[in-house]
Design a protein around this ligand. Structure first.
Ligand code: PLP
Length: 387
């Protein structure tokens, strides 16, 4: 039966824009519409707003504002870090990453291979963890950059970024981390982490889509990926999206103000969700080990097709996901679960629930009310159904 209720449990795909964020960006669309690079006074306000936003996003990650380059999205930031490091070190033609990165990395690495570069994608175990020995032995004389995500978007599994950064440093190799799924969920301190580059995307943080950032450590080489005007101190050409940059700044400020409460709240809802599922649905198994993000739960239901479950959940007004949104619609199994060695029968019936600050116990209970019957119905329809 359809319902008017919307239960949004897909916050790793994107987040609803916070009202304060919408409010902050509106004046840039109405009053402060001048080109920030222009020489007249109409440019002063938008130019100043960009710098205020830069300070705010820098504060979210413990950086100086001079180390922030605004980009169009997390995908661009990842591409720019890898390409920027390669272009700045033309003698080095090898990249190390992992088999469970977002397609923003994996597809770019595949493209690099076609261009004659070499790529090593590190394997992961069933928990989704990498082996430091594999990393150490993958690094070569000609490795330009290691790019490893901090939190996996499908499972929430966290890689030990500080240790990975230390290994890269001791080998004299640049290190980039994709922290797109971490922002607003865990504290970020780029100094303590010791990374050279770090990517964020605003739409995971209750800001609009189409704006991201790349942190570049002082003194680290970087060759611009998008060339044009002198914006972003010549590191990223293109007239700035002032409204989105301002929104990103506001969202970063909000996220910083309630990071602890959001962490506690989503963790408690996630635990309620998992407890409820394991109590009511036989054969449900969590994908991925610890440590992991507080908000993410990836659960395999043997004997069902995830896409069919998503359709039935959608009819009830529940939004979830079968993996990363960028691969939804494709019948390919999740490359993340595949790389972890999750059996195909479980992987194709795996659902991701990702909670956000707006979720309530009622949302979780609504899911727990609907999901068991959906799984039972689909198992009844499947030859692989559990008895
Ligand atoms: N990296 C990770 C881990 C992500 O989850 C995403 C988006 O889902 C991206 C990169 C890409 O970010 P954007 O959508 O801003 O291009």
């Amino acid at each position: 039966m359809s319902t008017n209720r919307l239960v949004y449990l897909d916050n790793n795909a994107t987040t609803r824009i916070a009202p304060e964020v919408v409010e902050s960006m509106m004046p840039c669309l109405t009053d402060y519409w001048g080109n920030p690079s222009s020489a007249y006074s109409l440019a002063i306000k938008p130019a100043n707003l960009i710098e205020e936003a830069r300070e705010r996003v820098a504060r979210l990650i413990g950086s100086d504002k001079r180390n922030i380059v605004f980009t169009s999205c997390g995908t661009e930031s990842n591409n720019a870090a890898i390409q920027g490091a390669l272009m700045a070190n033309p003698m080095k033609r090898h990249v190390v990453s992992t088999a469970v990165e977002h397609s923003a990395n994996i597809k770019f690495c595949r493209h690099l291979e076609k261009c004659g570069y070499e790529v090593t994608l590190l394997p992961v175990d069933l928990d989704g963890a990498i082996d430091f020995c594999d990393l150490q032995s993958a690094i070569r004389q000609d490795t330009a950059i290691v790019s490893i995500m901090w939190a996996n978007n499908e499972t929430g599994v966290l890689f030990p970024i500080e240790e990975i950064a230390a290994i890269c440093r001791s080998n004299g190799v640049l290190f980039h981390t994709d922290a797109v799924q971490v922002a607003g969920k865990l504290p970020i301190d780029v100094q303590g982490l010791g990374v050279d580059y770090l990517s964020l995307s605003a739409h995971k943080l209750r800001a609009p889509k189409g704006i991201g950032l790349l942190y570049i450590k002082s003194g680290v080489v970087f060759s611009p990926y998008i060339m044009g005007g002198a914006q972003e101190r010549g590191l990223r050409g293109g007239t700035e999206n002032v409204a989105n940059i301002v929104a990103f700044g506001k969202a970063a400020e909000l996220a910083l103000s309630h990071i602890e409460i959001e962490n506690k709240q989503t963790r408690s809802l996630r635990d309620r969700l998992e407890k409820g599922i394991f109590q009511s649905i036989a054969g449900a198994v969590r994908n991925g080990g610890e440590p992991r993000l507080p908000n993410t739960s990836n659960i395999g239901f043997q004997g069902i097709e995830a896409e069919a479950a998503l359709l039935l959940l959608d009819r009830e007004g529940i939004c979830a996901s079968s993996g990363s949104a960028c691969t939804t619609g494709s019948i390919e199994p999740s490359h993340v679960l595949q790389a972890m060695g999750v059996p195909a029968a479980r992987s194709k019936g795996s659902l991701r629930f990702s909670l956000g600050i707006e979720n309530t116990e009622q949302d979780v209970d609504f899911l727990l009310d609907k999901l068991p019957a959906i799984v039972e119905r689909l198992r009844g329809a499947s030859p692989e159904a559990l008895v």
